[in-house]
Design a protein around this ligand. Structure first.
Ligand SMILES: C[S@@+](CC[C@H](N)C(=O)[O-])C[C@H]1O[C@@H](n2cnc3c(N)ncnc32)[C@H](O)[C@@H]1O
Length: 334
């Protein structure tokens, strides 16, 4: 069963249905022509209801409670992780501090569910200027892996470099942009945006700048294994120094928190009419104005004009804070 709403009013309708307590989380919202079908467990008052011909279900993650009910005390069972993600053959999971004594049991239970995986890493967040993950192996030991996504191969070491599953939509979006362009990826990492763009859109050139030697190592390997050596030129160094001036059709600034400090460099890299992708963390109550203001003020300071093309939420960053990306066309000097 699904409630029907006009596509243009979908966000509002979803909020209303959640507040009515009838939203069915196990199924996906489906777009059809000019309307959306929002899955519900019972009719939602104020909405037309239809029986869906082809409902789409989310793949449910296994429930660890069954595997660990004989090992954990009852009050600990409710603290078991309900979500995790796979990077190639490595499982990454956040574990409640109270469950530390049971980590190896949790790790083994996850490996039993995913026989093709070899290692489970407990995730304690991201730290430092290189945004390196803080992770420990709780089952298995091999942390180098190959993650495949959208026709792209990412070699990485899941303990050394970050890879955010929440950025998938943005990686897909970048894979559709840049055809025949000169692109600068100022914070290239292992090639999160550079490689999908090079594989699918074939820019004329992507200058991929990365400071961290570990990430740079995998960037170079990913360039080779995705056969985009003729397109991507990797540079190990600080983008504040290595970014060229006035050459780029498109600049990707895929870093958060400190990105504003590099805005002058990113904007100066663009030819008149070039496109900037500015990532930043923004408190929800200031979204998107705070990030737009960063771009506008930096452009004005350089005697240029920023036309804001779009603002997107990439993912939730922390409670009340979103990771946002602003697309802006940077026009010629006044
Ligand atoms: C947050 S990661 C990239 C995340 C990526 N956009 C994604 O979608 O998951 C940012 C990368 O920028 C690199 N970095 C940080 N400061 C830099 C700088 N000044 N110049 C070049 N790279 C830098 C870090 O080492 C890291 O690999």
């Amino acid at each position: 069963m699904a409630a029907v709403a006009e596509k243009a009013h979908a966000d509002l309708a979803i909020k209303k249905i959640i507040s009515l307590g009838v939203f069915d989380k196990s199924r996906k919202i489906i777009k059809r022509d000019g309307h959306v079908e929002i899955p519900v467990v019972s009719p939602a008052s104020g909405f037309d209801t239809v029986l869906q011909n082809e409902p789409a279900y989310y793949r449910m993650l296994p429930d660890l409670t069954h595997a660990l009910q004989d090992v954990l005390a009852d009050d600990c069972l409710s603290l078991l992780p309900r979500g995790w993600f796979l990077l190639g053959e490595v499982i990454v999971v956040k574990i409640h501090p109270k469950l530390k004594p049971y980590e190896t049991h949790i790790g083994q239970a996850l490996l039993d569910y995913y026989p093709r995986c070899c290692t489970v890493l407990a995730d304690d967040g991201i730290s430092g200027p290189f945004r390196e993950p803080v992770r420990r192996a709780i089952a298995g030991s091999r942390t180098r892996t190959v993650h495949k996504e959208n026709g792209v191969i990412f070699n990485l070491d899941a303990v050394q470099v970050m890879f955010s599953p929440g950025n998938l939509k943005e990686r897909m979006r970048m894979s559709l942009l840049g055809k025949s362009e000169y692109v600068v990826d100022m914070f290239a990492g292992i090639g999160y945006f550079t490689i999908p763009m090079a594989v699918h859109s074939r820019p004329r050139k992507v200058l991929a700048i990365e400071l961290n030697p570990n990430a740079y190592h995998y960037l170079c390997q990913n360039i080779r294994e995705n056969h985009v050596e003729d397109i991507v030129m990797p540079i190990q160094g600080d983008c504040a120094k290595e970014t060229p001036v006035g050459l780029a059709d498109r600049v990707i600034m895929g870093m958060v928190q400190v990105t504003d400090q590099y805005l002058d460099t990113g904007i100066s890299a663009l030819k008149p009419g070039g496109i900037l992708h500015y990532h930043q963390t923004v408190p929800l109550w200031q979204y998107p104005e705070a990030a737009i203001r960063d771009v506008r003020e930096a452009a004005t300071g350089l005697g240029r004009r920023a036309e804001i093309l779009s603002c997107r939420k990439v993912k939730k960053y922390s409670p009340g804070v979103v990771h946002a990306v602003i697309d802006a066309r940077i026009d010629r000097d006044f």
